[in-house]
Design a protein around this ligand. Structure first.
Ligand code: CO8
Length: 264
């Protein structure tokens, strides 16, 4: 893939997408958003990838938001195109079948927080800072922040963050439930990769089913969600990995999941 602002690598089933504009603290310009969309399209059809990790280049920033230089030049229609590009890429991220982890290694502001919020979970370094500072620019979040943040931390805390535009620390983000855990900057990638590795060794069908049913269930009532869970559970039972997992338990050995998507 021909990429200018993104680094992309796959190792042992774990793909890493690194936002790579360190001089601009990895801010998102239109070109980068297009590259992100293309990269996610490639991830979506590559069955060898079991987990995707997102991070930022350098030790200062994950993503410092939309590129304000580019944003400042937008007229109304260009702003609509720009916001549409961002939402398209971020929706693709959220809709990936495989687990996605955000390794937030510094500033995650505006569009940067919004990307992290669309991942399945966030692990952050101690120097990470989260915020939706758009209000201080006279605008509002445009990459899903007004929608995903209240769903994750509740409307009142989200409103305070969005109305004040203030940054919060990694520890505060953890206390709000935005971040799963905070580790030292030096330990971040090792922690994220260990987590990704542990996940990558589980069954592909069951991982996909769990993700799909959790996400879909958040938008429906409990009864409907539980019905979806029954269907997804039954589907898992058709997988080679379910046979291996249950047999391995009974044989008192560690399961070795082959990760076939086609069943028995
Ligand atoms: N866009 C463009 N350049 C940026 C950005 C950005 N978002 N953030 C940092 N930079 C650049 C700086 O201009 C600077 O460049 P230069 O060296 O050429 O002057 C370089 O990165 C380093 O930044 P600083 O010198 O400012 O570094 P500091 O450590 O002093 O400060 C901060 C770091 C606090 C992160 C500061 O740079 C900052 O406040 N950045 C802006 C953060 C922000 O407001 N982000 C939200 C942007 S809006 C957004 O994301 C909306 C998404 C939806 C858009 C919908 C489209 C219509």
């Amino acid at each position: 893939m021909d990429l200018k602002h993104i680094l992309f690598q796959i190792e042992e089933g774990i793909a890493t997408l690194t936002f790579n504009r360190p001089k601009a603290l990895n801010a998102l310009n239109g070109e980068l958003l297009d590259e992100m969309s293309r990269t996610l399209d490639a991830v979506a059809v590559n069955e060898d990838i079991r987990v995707l990790v997102l991070t930022g280049s350098g030790d200062k920033s994950f993503v410092a938001g939309a590129d304000i230089t580019e944003l400042a030049r937008c007229n109304v229609l260009q702003a609509k195109v720009f916001a549409g590009k961002g939402q398209k890429a971020i929706n693709k991220l959220q809709c990936l079948d495989i687990p996605v982890i955000a390794a937030v290694n510094g500033f995650a502001l505006g569009g940067g927080s919004e990307i992290a919020l669309a991942c399945d979970f966030i692990i952050a370094s101690e120097n990470a800072k989260f915020g939706l500072p758009e209000i201080t620019l006279g605008i509002i979040p445009g990459f899903g922040g007004t929608q995903r943040l209240p769903r994750l931390i509740g409307p009142n805390m989200a409103k305070e963050m969005i109305f004040t535009g203030k940054m919060i620390s990694a520890a505060e983000a953890r206390d709000l439930g935005m971040v799963n855990r905070v580790v030292s900057a030096d330990a971040l990638m090792a922690d994220v990769m260990n987590t990704a590795k542990a996940i990558s060794q589980k069954g592909k069908v069951s991982l996909r089913a769990a993700k799909q049913v959790i996400n879909a269930g958040l938008n429906v009532d409990l009864k409907t969600g539980c019905r979806m869970e029954v269907d997804a559970f039954a589907l898992c039972m058709a997988s080679e990995d379910a046979r291996e997992g249950t047999t391995a338990f009974l044989e008192k050995r560690k399961a070795v999941f082959k990760g076939s998507l086609t069943g028995e």
